[in-house]
Design a protein around this ligand. Sequence first.
Ligand code: ZN
Length: 276
Amino acid sequence: MPELPEVEIVCRGMVDAVIGKDIKSVVVNRYDLRVPIPQDFGQSITGKAIKNLERRGKYIIMHLGDNIFAILHLGMSGRIRIFRAGDTYEPRKHDHIVITMNDGTLFAYEDPRRFGMFYLSSENWRDKKPFSVMGAEPLESEWTADDLLAALGRKKSPIKTALLDQRVVAGLGNIYVCEALFRSKISPERLSNTISKDEAVRIVKHSKEILLESIESGGSTLKDYQHTDGSLGYFQHGFAVYNQEGEDCTNQGCSAQISRIVQGGRSTFYCASCQK
Ligand SMILES: [Zn+2]
């Protein structure tokens, strides 16, 4: 599943390839995604310019002018492949939407599991769900320890579960919550209402740090994407605890192994010795 850093890389790659260009043609190969693609999707956006692109949580919002916004979520398995003018586009089985720009640049939205979303919204998209109830952007300076503490409030849910709640913070994701709690030395089972100011400072600091490191490492894929298959959105990570069950803890002086538990239906990986 693409996490926030991957969505950020997709967004940057698209900014680079399509901003300021007009949509020349739209081909919809499948309409039956999790949220069905409207029948007039292609007609509604053909001829429009892509004026701007932004990421909010794990969503990419394309500003098309005339108060039309195309909102993209990559779901579990979605990806965007970009082909510059002159590149050969080789269609794939799960390319559900293919959009060609006036200069010949083309991007395909591929999604084998079809859990993604691509839909149109009006200028008030920020006032609609999920955006209207979304918490702070983790990479923005507005996300501070005080903001986190306020969002946690008197929640009695485990801190791990609370950090996955989009209303607490937008799009942090399972992997990064596990990693941030490990670096913060805070147990995923701690109740949210017991998190101190100092601990909130650590969670915010390490979350930002890990996301930025991941974006940095994924950024290298940006340079290469034209030369491979045009794919954006997936890259290799090295994680300290995520998917590391049974491996030795990487903290110096710790001889424990990484544990796995299930919280809210999601796997949590942590060091029971280092995280209190
Ligand atoms: Zn440890």
